[in-house]
Design a binder for this molecule. Structure first.
Ligand code: ATP
Length: 364
């Protein structure tokens, strides 16, 4: 296994910048996700790491070795793509053992390795079956098995679970993570699904329009999105963002949300770093808002009840506050009777402030 570094990597297609000034350091044995919406440059980045596409600028290093201009076969990377085609005429043993066979590994050693991998992937009872005799999830595991059969420095996975239904995806996430831990693989994993990245990655980069927006551990990114793009992209439902203007309430910084609704700013991260009159967005996750029986001066906001969705494990309550719709997440047995006007109380220490440039206000 190995570490991987990208330094100032860029990719232009004529005048279009698909990837811009990308700098990443992935550690040995790390599960690292490239996360972002369609077209943000994930696959292009992956193809440059694999050597299938040359960067327009920058350097790619594996274990300190500059591989930027080295052909794919000499980089020692393995890839699993969305369309993980197995050879239909080969058994599972032959499919998984194929990368070993083409590298001249003898049959006895090959069979031993295949059996060990099949055990990891819970496929040991299907070794004689052809792909057509395997379920979708088993085929997908077999494709992963084939990719990991020959030890590579870095494993590249491009949306490998996207062909699976929800239940199989759930199972596949668990087995892939377990396998990665057991073998100690360095994995770069492309996905547009934030749940997948949150569930599996040790760290991730969130990309938008070819530009890295934030790099970090999933929960650090979730708790403190660096900008409003990340705040809206990570979390389902996403972070609520309410327009506010900085004012003061009894001499301390406060946030005016319009319509005479003012929130005490004390305790909100970044409230000491803003100026009176500054326009901001107040960010708060749906689970960090309480519904209260009556208004609390400086602590609660009032709005119109728009929708209640009981989802089983939780209830989502949509409330319109001064023209902005927010979502409150409650435990399923909590909502009880809600009147047309609802009073909501954001937890101050869980609120964040975003400036006009979209970036989080740093705070101390
Ligand atoms: P998806 O999740 O939809 O696969 P992605 O994040 O992987 O998207 P890329 O495939 O890396 O996105 O593409 C990034 C951008 O570069 C897109 O706007 C795409 O249209 C563009 N692009 C990719 N390959 C080429 C090419 N060969 N020529 C021109 N533009 C390209």
């Amino acid at each position: 296994m190995a570490n991987l570094s990208l330094r100032g990597v860029e990719k232009f297609f004529t005048n279009f910048k698909a990837v811009q000034d990308l700098n990443l350091d992935v550690e040995d044995g790390e599960f690292f996700a490239l996360l972002g919406p369609s077209g943000c440059g994930k696959t292009t980045t992956m193809r440059m790491i694999a050597g299938l596409q040359l960067p327009s600028a920058g350097k790619i290093m594996i274990n300190g070795r500059d591989v930027t201009d080295i052909e794919p076969a000499r980089r020692n990377v393995a890839m699993v793509f969305q369309d993980y085609a197995l050879y239909p005429h080969m058994t599972l043993t032959e499919n998984v053992g194929y990368p070993l066979k083409v590298r001249g590994v003898g049959k006895a050693e090959r069979d031993d390795r295949v059996r060990a991998i099949a055990k990891h992937l819970q496929l040991e009872n299907f070794l004689d079956r052809r792909p057509g005799q395997l379920s979708g999830g088993q085929q997908q595991r077999a494709a992963v098995g084939r990719a990991v059969a020959y030890p590579a420095d870095v494993f590249l996975f491009d949306e490998p679970l996207s062909n699976l239904d929800a239940q199989l995806r759930f199972e596949a996430r668990a087995f892939l993570k377990r396998l990665q831990r057991e073998i100690g693989m360095t994995i770069i994993y492309v996905t547009h699904d934030q749940v997948e990245a949150m569930a599996m990655a040790d760290r991730m980069v969130v990309m938008n329009k070819g530009v890295a927006q934030q790099v970090g551990k999933p929960m650090d990114v979730y708790r403190r999105p660096a900008n409003t793009f990340v705040a809206r992209f990570i979390g389902s439902p996403p972070m609520n963002l309410l327009p506010a203007t900085v004012t003061s309430l009894a001499g301390v910084p406060a946030l005016d949300l319009g319509g005479g609704q003012v929130l005490d700013g004390s305790g909100i991260v970044g409230s000491d770093d803003v100026q009176a009159g500054q326009k901001l967005l107040l960010g708060v996750r749906p689970e960090h808002i309480e519904i209260c029986d009556s208004p609390v001066t400086g602590k609660s906001l009032s709005g119109k009840l728009r929708l209640v969705e009981v989802l089983g494990a939780e209830t989502l309550v949509s409330v319109e506050i001064e023209g902005t719709l927010i979502i409150v997440r409650l435990n399923s047995d909590e909502p009880g009777h809600l009147s047309d006007v609802v009073h909501v109380r954001p937890k101050a220490d869980r609120c964040l402030l975003y400036g006009a440039d979209g970036n989080v206000v740093s705070g101390s």
